[in-house]
Design a protein around this ligand. Structure first.
Ligand code: ADP
Ligand code: MG
Length: 498
C-alpha cells in the first residue's frame, strides 16, 4: 500500500510536516429525506419541502427511508468497506436555530459502514491510499437566512432532515494537494455510484478538514503504533466546498499552527472557518468532545438490521468503478496509467473514448479526447455528453492522421473547423484542400529547386546532419504545412547524402 508523501515546511526552529484527516459530508442522492417523505432538491420556495417530522412537531415519528440506506450501502461497497449488518441511530444533542429538533439524528458508536479505502491519483499520475475509518448516515440541518430583513433572521427548513453520508478518513494525507486529490477521487467514486451528485457549489459535497503539524518522524511513529499522541493537536476547518479552498485553508492553517508553536504557545483543539476573501481561517468555537453532545440511542428508531442477501443484491448492481475502469483501459488499449486516469475522471468521458477508439490508435485517440476536445468543452462549459463533436467524428479525424492524409499540425486546424460546425473531418480536408502532400513527384520538384537555389546549405548538411531541419522548414513553408514530414525527411536524406 503506497502511502502519502510528506513535504517539509521550514520553520524558524526547524522542519515541520502536515497531517490531514478529512470528514466529507455527501448529500445522498434521493428524492425524499432520511426520515420523512418530504421532497429533496434545490430551487423550491423556502419551507416548501418540510414535513411535520422535519419541522419537529411534537409527537412526530421518524421512519427510515430504505433508498437512503441502500445508497449508503452502495457507497460503502464502492469504498471497499466493511458493511455493518447491525447499526444504530443516535441523537446528537445541541441547540442551533436551524435545528428544530434540538438534536441531530446521526450514527455514533455503530455506523452502517466501517473501514475501507480510497486509491488516490496525484497530478503526476502516481497513487497513494487513504484509509477510510467509517461512513455513517445523518440528518442535515436547516438554514438561517440573515439577509432577508434588517432586524430578523429567518429560517428555511427545506434542507432539514435531508440525508447525509459522513465519510471519515484516517489522517492519511500529508499535503494540501493530496487532500484535494482525495476529495476529487472520492467525488468521482460517488458520482459513478450515483449516490451523490457531487455538486460542491451547492454544498452537496463539502469537507471538514482536520489539520495538525508535527516534526519529521512523528507521523511514521503514529503509523507504526496507531498512537495519536505522536501527532500534534488538530484543528478542524468546517465546510470547505472547493478544491482550491481546501488547499488554501490547509496552507494557511499549517503556517498559523507552526507560528504559534514556535512562539512557545500551544494549539487549542478548535473548530475554525475558512474565509476565502481574506484567505485565512478564523476560530468559530472550541472543539466539543463527544460527551458534550450527550449522545444516546434514538428511542424512536429500532436498530438498523440489514439482510445480507439484500447487501449482496446491491453489490450486484454496482457499475464498473473508476479503479477497475482505469485498469481495464490500461490493459485493453495499452494506455498509460496517466492517460487512463484522466479518461476515467468522468464516466461519460471514458464512454466517449471507448466509442471513439474502436479500430483507431489508442494513444492518439486518448490525446484528442483528453487534450483538444476536453479543453474546448471546458472553455464552453459543455458536458461531454453534449459534445458537438461526436465520438465517431473524432475517430474519423484520428483515422486521417493515422493514414497520413493530414499532419497532426493540420489536424488542429481541421478540429477547430469541426468545432465551428463546418462538417466532418474528411469533408473539411477535401473542401479546404488540406490533404498532406505525400506525392513524391510533386515534392521532388520542390526539393530539387530548393537544393539548386541553396548550394551552400546543401553542402552543410553533409557535415552537420541537423542542418536538414532548415530544408524541412522551407518545404513546409512552400506547401503551406501540408508536406508529409516523414516523406520529405526521407527524400532529403537521400538527395543530400546525410
Ligand atoms: P470529530 O467528529 O470529533 O471531528 P471524527 O472521528 O469524526 O471526530 O473525525 C476526526 C477526523 O480528524 C478524522 O478524519 C481523523 O482522521 C482526523 N484526525 C484525527 N487526529 C488528527 C490529527 N492529529 N491531525 C490531523 N487529523 C486528525
Ligand atoms: Mg466528525
Amino acid at each position: 500500500m503506497s502511502e502519502a508523501n510528506s513535504k517539509v515546511i521550514q520553520g524558524r526552529t526547524g522542519p515541520w510536516e502536515i497531517v490531514l484527516g478529512l470528514e466529507v459530508h455527501a448529500q445522498v442522492a434521493s428524492n425524499a429525506k432520511l426520515f420523512s417523505g418530504a421532497a429533496v432538491g434545490a430551487g423550491a420556495a423556502p419551507n416548501a419541502q418540510v414535513s411535520l417530522v422535519d419541522a419537529a412537531m411534537p409527537g412526530m415519528l421518524p421512519v427510515i427511508n430504505r433508498h437512503c440506506v441502500e445508497q449508503a450501502i452502495k457507497t460503502g461497497l464502492g469504498l471497499k468497506a466493511q458493511i455493518n449488518n447491525w447499526s444504530r441511530f443516535d441523537r446528537k444533542n445541541y441547540f442551533y436555530p436551524d435545528l428544530p429538533q434540538g438534536y441531530q439524528i446521526s450514527q455514533f458508536k455503530d455506523p452502517i459502514v466501517g473501514e475501507g479505502e480510497v486509491i488516490v491519483e496525484r497530478d503526476d499520475g502516481s497513487t497513494f491510499t487513504v484509509r477510510i475509518e467509517r461512513l455513517h448516515l445523518e440528518q442535515d440541518a436547516g438554514k438561517s437566512l440573515h439577509d432577508q430583513d434588517p432586524n430578523y433572521t429567518y429560517v428555511d427548513l427545506n434542507r432539514s432532515g435531508t440525508a447525509l453520508m459522513e465519510i471519515v478518513s484516517k489522517p492519511d494525507m500529508r499535503t494540501s494537494e493530496e487532500a484535494a486529490a482525495y476529495v476529487k477521487k472520492l467525488r468521482t467514486i460517488l458520482i459513478y455510484l450515483g449516490t451523490c451528485d457531487g455538486d460542491m457549489e451547492k454544498g452537496n459535497l463539502r469537507a471538514d478538514v482536520n489539520v495538525s503539524v508535527c516534526r519529521p518522524g512523528a507521523y511514521e511513529k503514529f503509523r507504526e503504533t496507531g498512537d495519536f499522541s505522536h501527532l500534534g493537536t488538530r484543528c478542524e476547518i468546517k465546510n470547505v466546498n472547493s478544491y482550491r479552498y481546501i488547499q488554501q485553508a490547509i496552507e494557511y492553517e499549517a503556517r498559523r499552527q507552526i507560528e504559534i508553536i514556535e512562539d512557545g504557545g500551544k494549539i487549542d483543539q478548535e473548530t475554525r472557518l475558512f474565509d476565502p476573501t481574506r484567505n485565512e481561517t478564523r476560530s468559530m468555537r472550541s472543539k466539543e468532545e463527544a460527551h458534550d453532545y450527550r449522545y444516546f440511542p434514538d428511542p424512536d428508531l429500532l436498530p438498523l438490521v440489514l439482510d445480507p442477501a439484500w447487501v449482496k443484491a446491491i453489490e450486484a448492481t454496482l457499475p464498473e468503478l473508476p479503479d477497475a475502469k482505469k485498469a481495464r483501459l490500461q490493459t485493453q488499449y495499452g494506455l498509460t496509467a496517466y492517460d487512463a486516469g484522466v479518461l476515467i475522471i468522468e464516466q461519460a468521458r471514458a464512454d466517449f473514448y471507448e466509442s471513439a477508439v474502436k479500430g483507431r490508435d489508442a494513444k492518439l485517440t486518448a490525446n484528442w479526447v483528453t487534450n483538444d476536445l476536453a479543453a474546448r468543452l471546458t472553455a464552453g462549459g459543455i458536458d461531454i455528453e453534449n459534445s458537438p463533436i461526436a465520438p465517431a467524428a473524432i475517430a474519423e479525424l484520428v483515422q486521417l492522421i493515422e493514414e497520413g492524409v493530414i499532419s497532426s499540425k493540420i489536424a488542429k486546424d481541421v478540429f477547430e473547423r469541426m468545432w465551428a460546425g463546418e462538417g466532418g473531418a474528411s469533408e473539411i480536408v477535401d473542401k479546404q484542400g488540406l490533404k498532406q502532400v505525400s506525392d513524391t513527384g510533386e515534392l521532388e520538384k520542390i526539393i530539387d529547386d530548393l537544393i539548386a537555389a541553396n548550394p551552400g546549405q546543401a553542402a552543410q548538411v553533409k557535415e552537420k546532419p541537423q542542418a536538414i531541419g532548415w530544408f524541412v522548414g522551407q518545404i513546409m513553408k512552400a506547401t503551406g504545412g501540408k508536406a508529409n514530414p516523414g516523406v520529405i525527411n526521407q527524400m532529403l536524406k537521400a538527395k543530400l547524402g546525410a
